[in-house]
Design a binder for this molecule. Structure first.
Ligand SMILES: [Zn+2]
Ligand SMILES: [Zn+2]
Length: 184
């Protein structure tokens, strides 16, 4: 699958794209399982609701450094929206534009879906959207693109993100800045 969805793509298209993906959904691949449990993520990191019992849309994020997972979480749709709401308007727009302008859909998880770099070994993030036990969408983002996305955020938004991390993952080193969440 090599469809390009960059360029004129907007968020209504993205919602359409998601409903399309829902029809084509696949089981969640093992690479997106929780390293901690060895199984698909079962609970939202923030509100702890069960993600499969009454299937809800949720995001999975895993940060890899040289193949080792150094950070992972799953966040339900409601908590994700709650967090994204606290982002400044400016940050939200910049992020969406950056993603939509650069995103190229491919099933190759070994290259960055934003800059097509194959050098994702050192550090990369897997971002996925799942519904119950199904995978709707996943993307690989290299360390450099994650940094670029961080750089688009206003100070206020960066603080919101930092507080979220500290609240939910006490002890996570401060230099670890995962990819921001998206408002859908
Ligand atoms: Zn939640
Ligand atoms: Zn990249």
């Amino acid at each position: 699958m090599q469809d390009e969805i960059g360029g004129d793509f907007n968020f209504e298209d993205f919602q359409y794209f998601l409903s399309h993906m829902e029809r084509e959904a696949k089981p969640i691949p093992q690479i997106l399982y929780s390293v901690y449990s060895g199984a698909p993520f079962s609970n939202c990191v923030s509100c702890e609701r069960h993600l499969q019992e009454s299937p809800i849309l949720y995001q999975v994020q895993k940060v890899f450094r040289k193949k080792r997972v150094i950070f992972e979480y799953s966040l339900c749709f409601e908590c994700q929206q709650g967090l994204a709401k606290e982002y400044s308007q400016e940050s939200t727009e910049k992020l969406q534009n950056f993603f939509l302008e650069n995103y190229v859909m491919t099933e190759d998880m070994h290259e960055c879906h934003l800059c097509q770099s194959q050098e994702v070994e050192k550090e990369h993030t897997l971002l996925a959207l799942c519904l119950g036990e199904k995978l709707l969408f996943s993307s690989t983002i290299c360390g450099l693109c994650t940094e670029k996305m961080q750089g688009l955020l206003s100070e206020q938004t960066r603080k919101t993100m930092g507080d979220f991390i500290q609240e939910n993952f006490p002890g996570v080193p401060e230099e670890l800045a995962p990819a921001p969440v998206f408002k859908i």
